[in-house]
Design a binder for this molecule. Sequence first.
Ligand code: COA
Length: 184
Amino acid sequence: MLLRGIISNPLPSLHLKTPLRLRNFTATITNKYSISDEDLESRGFLLRRTFSDLNLNHLNSIFVAVGFPKRDPEKIKVALENTNSLLWVEHKKSQKPVAFARATGDNVFNAIIWDVVVDPSYQGIGLGKAVMERLVEELLEKGIVNIALYSEPRVLGFYRPLGFVADPDGIRGMVYSRKQRKKK
Ligand SMILES: CC(C)(COP(=O)(O)OP(=O)(O)OC[C@H]1O[C@@H](n2cnc3c(N)ncnc32)[C@H](O)[C@@H]1OP(=O)(O)O)[C@@H](O)C(=O)NCCC(=O)NCCS
């Protein structure tokens, strides 16, 4: 089992998710982004890489709006403090977050990407891709080559063009399941 990592904040439908790992991605992504920082800014969006100005209640609202469970903001804060890389997009006018993604890991070999979300009102305009491209590049720049995430089946098509493959070389992800354990 080569998928190194555990689910720190599983979604309710965890059993439906497929583990994805990044493959041969460096050449694809380091050349250029699908949308430049300047273009994003001209469209009214700022890229942010720390959570000091991130309103956690607003972030929580996006989680809830996309169907993630609502979380204790204090716990979100702890999670973000223990996050190695994060990126969010601020809507300049409202100063609210509209897109977010983060990665945890050991900062050397392995990273797992979590909480990739775009506010439903801002989906479909390239923000999810913009955030993912930059997050992955940041990890690759650190020399991290084992980059994994868990994908809902309906989102596989979003991650694949970004370089992620499901079950690479037949490797399957496993997650701890309390339900499964109780059955024994
Ligand atoms: C999945 C999500 C992050 C995508 O963000 P987005 O900003 O709407 O996506 P983008 O506009 O950046 O789309 C980038 C590309 O992916 C494609 N795409 C977006 N969502 C897709 C999906 N669910 N399935 C297949 N392709 C998808 C777009 O058509 C676009 O293609 P193009 O580059 O050829 O034009 C966003 O829809 C979201 O927050 N969904 C709810 C939360 C969620 O499911 N997160 C993932 C948890 S596993």
